[in-house]
Design a binder for this molecule. Structure first.
Ligand code: IMP
Ligand code: MG
Length: 192
């Protein structure tokens, strides 16, 4: 394997953890029908696996956002490009994210959703890059704590590529990868 990246969480470990998260959500929401809201695009792969580990009727909605500039400068102000097309008032809502970094995006989204009066509003994030946090956020369901490295795969991209790598990879040399963006192509292998 190229030295530009290394496997941070392999596909088997990810699948085990997703199963545990699904089980926890199922237990905590017995007799309810949670509304799962995911932010495109990175969270979509995690969501697809997670929802099939939740043994409850769930509803599924997507949001798409764009940021003004970088997260830090924009203080997390984002423009909502695609919104939830259902009334979430009085409903248990779980916001599903691939990765929480500074927490700015999530904080903005949570405040936007909270105004709509859900019965509960919780976060399920596969990766928690907690050392990078600027705004504290309560992540009720967190998959893995993530080191301060850029990660790709399992939905997460580098310039829109590599979302379909089955493992979660940490990038060891971003500059080298930018110079050789095809370097990871051999890591795109179909799962079992
Ligand atoms: P935050 O507002 O800084 O918490 O940004 C979180 C968003 O940034 C995530 O939903 C991802 O879309 C993106 N992001 C943060 N870190 C990474 C990473 O290491 N790889 C890929 N995307 C990332
Ligand atoms: Mg995201």
């Amino acid at each position: 394997m190229t030295e530009l990246v290394s496997v941070l969480f392999g596909r088997d470990e990810v699948s085990r953890r997703v199963r545990e998260l699904g089980r926890a959500i199922t237990q905590d929401h017995a007799d309810r029908a949670p509304v799962l809201i995911t932010v495109l695009k990175g969270g979509a792969i995690f969501l697809a696996d997670l929802m099939r580990q939740i043994e409850l009727p769930v509803e599924l909605h997507f949001m798409a956002i764009s940021r003004y500039g970088g997260a830090e400068e924009s203080l997390g102000r984002v423009q909502i490009l695609l919104d939830v097309d259902a009334d979430i008032t009085g409903r248990p809502v779980i916001l599903v994210e691939d990765i929480v970094d500074t927490g700015l995006t999530l904080t903005y989204l949570l405040s936007a959703l909270k105004e709509r009066g859900p019965a509960s509003l919780e976060v399920c994030a596969l990766l928690d890059k907690s050392v990078r946090r600027i705004v504290p956020v309560d992540i009720r369901y967190a998959g893995f704590d993530c080191p301060d490295r850029f990660v790709v795969g399992y939905g997460m991209d580098l310039h829109e590529r590599y979302r379909n790598v089955p493992d979660i990879l940490q990038v060891n040399d971003s500059a080298a990868l930018d110079r050789a963006p095809d370097e990871l192509t051999s890591l795109i292998t179909a799962g079992p």
